[in-house]
Ligand binder design. Structure first.
Ligand SMILES: [Cu+2]
Length: 219
């Protein structure tokens, strides 16, 4: 009995290895139709065998700074709680009508006491009732590995267990289905895999900011 227990503990210890025990890496580059590096593209990686690693979602923050959502795009895991602190000295009224999460934080300053739970995968478009140009995106994913590209259009997904992955990309202006961007990539230990995407984008439509700084009508 005692021996079995020891075995069980040993097996559990193996399953519980921290992600840093894996050496696989994916290096991705995302560019637009003209070949220019594209930031704010979300890259998600699913093991092709369908098994998802159990990652514990936590709490994160989507700021409002100088009447903008910061960051513009944020990728989070399903089950994450998000706080929406208002760092401006005026009030915001944050909302979303997206099917993945409909919510509203009526006019407030400071940080609302209760964070918002994002419990369904999908894209959540954020807006502010007062400032029409304030637009942000929470990309809620059930993928075990994900991130978004930086200014140079690059992202590295680290600590991937070796294996085959189905990897796809999303961007607020993507002019195609997300599914159509899927690439199957082999990730090996100790040798980074690389992948590239060229995304066709829709024209950007973002309402303009209030024309005059300090215009009381927009505050
Ligand atoms: Cu606002």
């Amino acid at each position: 009995m005692a021996t079995r227990l020891v075995h069980l503990i040993a097996v559990l210890a193996c399953l519980g290895l921290p992600p840093s025990a894996w050496a696989g890496e994916l290096r991705a580059l995302v560019v637009d139709g003209g070949g220019e590096p594209l930031s704010d593209a979300v890259v998600v990686a699913y093991p092709a065998n369908g098994r998802l690693e159990a990652a514990k979602p936590g709490t994160t923050v989507e700021d409002q700074i100088d009447k903008e959502f910061v960051p513009y795009v944020q990728a989070i895991r399903v089950g994450t709680y998000v706080r929406f602190p208002n760092k401006d000295n005026i009030r915001h009224h944050v909302y979303s009508f997206s099917p993945a999460k409909k919510f509203e934080l009526p006019l407030y300053s400071g940080t609302p006491a209760i964070p918002v739970l994002f419990d369904k995968a999908g894209v959540v478009k954020l807006g502010c009732n007062i400032h029409d140009w304030m637009i942000g995106y929470l990309y809620v994913t059930d993928a075990p590995f994900f991130g978004k590209t930086a200014a140079q259009g690059r992202i590295g997904l680290k600590d991937l267990p070796a294996g085959t992955y189905r990897i796809r990309v999303w961007h607020p202006r993507l002019d195609a289905t997300e599914e159509s961007t899927t690439q199957q990539i082999e990730v090996k230990d100790n040798a980074p895999a690389s992948a590239q995407w060229m995304l066709k984008l829709k024209r950007e439509f973002r309402p303009r900011r209030a024309p005059l700084p300090g215009d009381p009508g927009y505050r």
